[in-house]
Design a protein around this ligand. Sequence first.
Ligand SMILES: [Zn+2]
Length: 262
Amino acid sequence: MPLPRPDKFSDKSPDMTHPSTPATVVIYSGGMDSFTVLHRALREGLEVHALSFDYGQRHSRELEVATRVCRRLGVPHQMVDIRAIHGLIDNSALTDASREMPVGDYGRENLADTVVPNRNMILLALAIAKAVNIGAGRVDYGAHGGDHVLYPDCRPEFVEAMNAVSGIANFAPVEIHAPYLRASKAEILADGLAIGLDYADTWTCYRGEALACGRCGSCRERLAAFAANDVTDPLGYLPQPDPAVSQRPDDDATPSRRSPDV
Ligand SMILES: [Zn+2]
């Protein structure tokens, strides 16, 4: 009996063990950093697979933005629902809607509340699994320098250790590519602006309302990055309270006014 002709299988997935174009799995939240990383990977000419996670965030604005951007770019986008593990990681203001969302600049005292237990190790492990599954040699991850103080799983030592593990955990090594590991948010934004990215296609605010709040740590860091680049943020923001009011002495005494490095 003759062997089947190769084109008989043309409707099947290609042999992803050896993809013709190097492929990467981009962990894409819909925020500024992963948006920039996604575009960098595309510009490298890689076959990009975007991966987003629904882990029970308080709102889905970022994920909606991620879906829209991938659809427009024609990038395959997989949204993974990991809410089944919500009960393991709900001790955070980001995943527990009954908790007050802290406001103010990033600082240990207030925004430690926004740490989701072991989040990035979980997400990286799943992204590495997908990479192995499709024969991709890389996972792109948007950790950046400004996260170091508060988030241990964005620090270089964590990413380097995970990268070492990723090299030995499977038959095929997967590299964790974190191009902004030592860059500030402002530097990432400068990089994206230089290649013409439109940051109206991103969502940063920890609150999921129609307009960004401008007050949460994530908004404040974003706004500072735009200010550092002397560019106006294209996102809409809620009207801000009178700056004179927000600078009252008793506000200055709150931990939220401390800089992240104290
Ligand atoms: Zn906000």
